[in-house]
Design a protein around this ligand. Structure first.
Ligand SMILES: *[C@@H]1O[C@H](CO)[C@@H](O)[C@H](O)[C@H]1NC(C)=O
Length: 276
């Protein structure tokens, strides 16, 4: 019986590890659609654009596509951007997920945008590629947890000062992060991130976390407070997709353990038989 107990604690331990390692880049953050209904031509152009986005995300974390059409209204522009710190396999599964989300939330219309935890997808028949967009799309300020606003402010300052499309800062539990969509130039990205940080500083530097998503960039911080309920590495709320995965892993492990236990019991019976 001692052995059986040990095995069970091993199972509980490994499912715990698997659970905490399953970083959900698929968590939904925001989505939006335009009003204009699309034509059958646009629909087929959009489908080939979305296929291009999904294929491209298997080898690069940013890309843009334009599907040319004789009717200017049927031209489709599209872009995606994966978060700078996620792996290519995660990027490609995230983009596939984001594309299917746009289909769910924007059926039959020309333009759609979806931001998941790990990636961003946007398409439209109006040209937006290479254009700055600093409108606020999503703003979330965490509850006050008494974290020093000065320390948060310093981390945000660090993000503003470091260049590049993807930026991280902070130390320990306090993490800062910024990301631009890859169609912005270096200068435009700097301009966008600076604006996101200015707004975070104005509106939420004393919270547990702050999220400021503008049209073409975002800046975020998380203090890891409130039991780490909001941290981008361990996002709030799991998607169904992850639930299914975790469930499958647990079932697989339980089956393996059951087989192992039966095998051990069988071995013991053989050994006891030989002892007599
Ligand atoms: C779009 O992609 C092409 C290459 O496929 C690249 O040359 C161009 O600079 C990109 N445009 C923007 C706005 O990023």
């Amino acid at each position: 019986m001692v052995k059986t107990k040990k095995i069970f604690s091993l199972v509980i331990f490994s499912t715990f590890i698997l659970h905490s390692l399953s970083i959900s880049t698929d968590t939904f953050l925001y989505g939006g659609c335009t009003q204009e209904k699309y034509t059958p031509t646009y629909e087929s152009n959009l489908n080939s654009l979305l296929t291009s986005l999904i294929n491209s995300a298997t080898y690069t974390s940013y890309n843009n596509f334009t599907i040319i059409s004789s009717n200017p209204n049927d031209i489709v522009y599209g872009v995606y951007q994966c978060r700078g710190d996620i792996s290519m396999p995660d990027c490609s599964s995230c983009i596939a997920r984001a594309v299917s989300r746009t289909g769910d939330i924007c059926p039959g219309v020309c333009g759609g945008v979806v931001q998941l935890e790990g990636c961003y997808v946007k398409y439209d028949n109006v040209k937006f590629l290479g254009m700055q967009d600093k409108t606020i799309v999503l703003k979330k300020c965490g509850p006050e947890v008494g974290y020093d606003p000065g320390t948060i402010d310093a981390v945000l300052g660090g993000l503003a000062g470091s260049g590049g499309l993807f930026r991280v800062g902070g130390s320990g539990q306090l993490k800062g992060m910024a990301q631009c969509v890859g169609d912005l130039s270096f200068v435009e990205c700097q301009d966008c991130v600076t604006e996101a940080i200015r707004r975070l500083r104005n509106d939420c530097t004393s919270g547990d976390y702050g999220d400021m998503f503008l049209g073409k960039c975002y800046a975020r911080y998380s203090t890891g407070g409130a039991g780490g309920a909001h941290a981008y590495s361990k996002p709030h709320g799991k998607s169904d997709h992850d639930g299914e995965k975790t469930f499958a892993i647990i079932i697989g492990l339980l089956a393996a353990v059951a087989i192992l236990i039966i095998f051990l019991a069988f071995l013991r019976r053989i050994c006891e038989g030989q002892g007599k």
